[in-house]
Design a binder for this molecule. Structure first.
Ligand code: SIN
Length: 491
């Protein structure tokens, strides 16, 4: 039986496990519990052209337009054609998506979709419902929770396994395999405000990059306009579906911020995020006015619970305090349509991968769909790979230099100012210089504690974003570059 190691227990990793568990010896490694993933937090839904008036071609057209035609058309076609079939299989297996009172699937609308095609489950808890359902379908895999992937094992340019660390007793373990699949999500915690789970620190991109895998499109990071923001901190996503249902963005004077912009509050996310940032920089506060949504608490139970947990008086004010923050990275480990990376026997699926499907800006609710499709394609490819011959090798540990790293707060602040919603060439150059004083590229991950490892991985991702952004001198999609003054803090 082929041995397959999946790193990450979100939707992509778990769906892949369901596809391989009967034919392969599958191990899932995950950094914390199986509840800790971005998939579990996804509120928006999953896009699929299952409505009779819709079509894969229209879904593809919307995906390409949102991605500014920087997408790979073959990847987009694969997504929109394969996705609906996988969703139908999940429904046949018992996955309960929300339905109208007549029993028909209830298709919602989000920004930049030309058709109602977003499926939800449990209202705004789609990611949790879908990921839990898929996890419930896993019957025969080995679980390694509370374990961090540290480094890939590569012999003669073939991936033969991975070194992991048990975070409870700090023991290192080398797992050998015929295929390693990275499904670790993105890098949201590079930024001070993010929708991402706290475990998401760019690990997959960093370990693949250190092993020499090709990485692409790192300039493109999507900032979501509406994160619940209290006292300068973020407490989770306020789903775009709320704007899709009629909520509007206002300031403290009830001035409608997006009134004069094409598509108004449902303009592309990068456009909305930039308007909000500019308005905030003029000294205004930002709110989502939900007074048009009469049944808010029943339609958005997850957001309601979060607001109540943080004592937000939205029932009387009809306003939610928001700010833009990091949401999703379109770039990542370069893969082909079968999720194969540039290193044989190393695969990447979901957000950590860059298969070209999202282009320069991801269309809302396409990411859960890509998790399913990229996992399905990886499963098909892994069933066909040859077994790997592993030659035991003792690599003596090189002496570790003393880590010279920024604090996480300094890294996040500098990344927000220079790699954030609005970038400048001068800021990108200054950030590169600031980063160059640290020795994150010389450190051996296996000898770092968990905090330093996370910062090391985030520094590496930050430098990849910075270099990619400098190489894209023109604005495109989520990468917006403007010539203004340098904003790097003293480091
Ligand atoms: C949202 O619910 O606003 C996010 C959905 C997504 O990013 O796909």
């Amino acid at each position: 039986m082929r041995k397959v190691i999946i790193i990450g227990a979100g939707l992509a990793g778990c769906y892949l496990a369901t596809q391989l568990q009967n034919t392969c010896d599958v191990t899932i490694v995950t950094k914390k519990s199986i509840q800790d993933s971005n998939s579990m937090l996804a509120q928006g839904g999953i896009a699929a052209s299952l409505d009779p008036g819709d079509s894969p071609a229209q879904h593809a057209a919307d995906t390409l337009a949102a991605g500014q035609y920087h997408n790979k058309p073959a990847a987009v076609n694969q997504l929109v054609a394969t996705g609906p079939k996988l969703i139908q299989h999940l429904i046949q297996d018992g996955m309960a998506f929300d339905r109208q009172s007549n029993g028909q699937l209830d298709f919602g609308l989000e920004g930049a979709h030309s058709h109602h095609r977003i499926l939800h489950a449990n209202g705004d808890r789609t990611g949790a419902a879908l990921t839990s359902f898929v996890q419930g379908e896993i019957h025969q895999v080995h679980w390694k929770p509370y374990s961090t992937a540290i480094d890939l094992q590569v012999q003669d340019n073939v991936c033969v396994g991975v070194i992991i660390r048990n975070d409870k007793n700090q023991a290192l373990e080398t797992l050998t395999s015929d295929a390693v699949v990275l499904a670790t999500g993105g890098l949201g915690n590079l930024f001070p405000l993010t929708t991402n789970n706290q475990t998401i620190t760019g690990d997959g991109i960093a370990i693949a990059a250190r092993a020499g895998a090709a990485i692409s499109d790192m300039a493109f990071v999507q900032f979501h306009p509406t994160l619940l923001s209290l006292h300068g901190k973020c407490y989770g996503l306020i789903t775009e579906a709320i704007r899709g249902s009629g909520a509007i963005l206002v300031d403290e004077n009830n001035h409608r911020i997006m009134a004069n912009v094409p598509k108004k509050d449902l303009a592309p996310r990068d456009v909305v995020a930039r308007h909000l940032k500019a308005w905030q920089e003029q000294g205004h506060q930002l709110f989502l006015d939900i007074s048009a949504i009469l049944d808010f608490t029943t339609r958005f139970p997850g957001v309601t619970e979060n607001l109540d947990n943080h004592h937000v008086p939205f029932r009387t004010t009809h306003r939610i305090p928001i700010q833009p923050g990091a949401h999703f990275v379109m770039g990542g480990i370069t893969t082909d349509l079968s999720a194969q990376t540039s290193i044989p026997h190393l695969f990447a699926i979901g957000e950590v991968a860059c298969n070209g499907v999202h282009g320069a800006n991801r269309l809302a609710s396409n990411s859960l769909l890509d998790c399913l499709v990229s996992a399905k394609k990886a499963a098909e490819a892994i069933q066909k790979i040859d077994a790997v011959t592993i030659i035991p090798q003792d690599t003596p540990a090189a002496p570790q230099p003393k880590p010279l790293l920024p604090s996480l707060t300094d890294l996040q602040q500098n990344a927000w100012q220079n790699l954030g919603v609005v970038r400048t060439k001068a800021g990108l150059t200054a950030f590169q210089n600031w980063l160059s004083q640290f020795n994150y590229q010389e450190l051996q991950p296996s000898q770092l504690n968990a905090t330093d490892l996370a910062i090391t991985n985030l520094c590496l991702c930050a430098s990849l974003i910075d270099k990619a952004a400098l190489a894209e001198p023109k604005s495109l999609g989520a990468h917006y570059i403007q010539e203004t003054t340098v904003k790097t803090q003293a480091g």
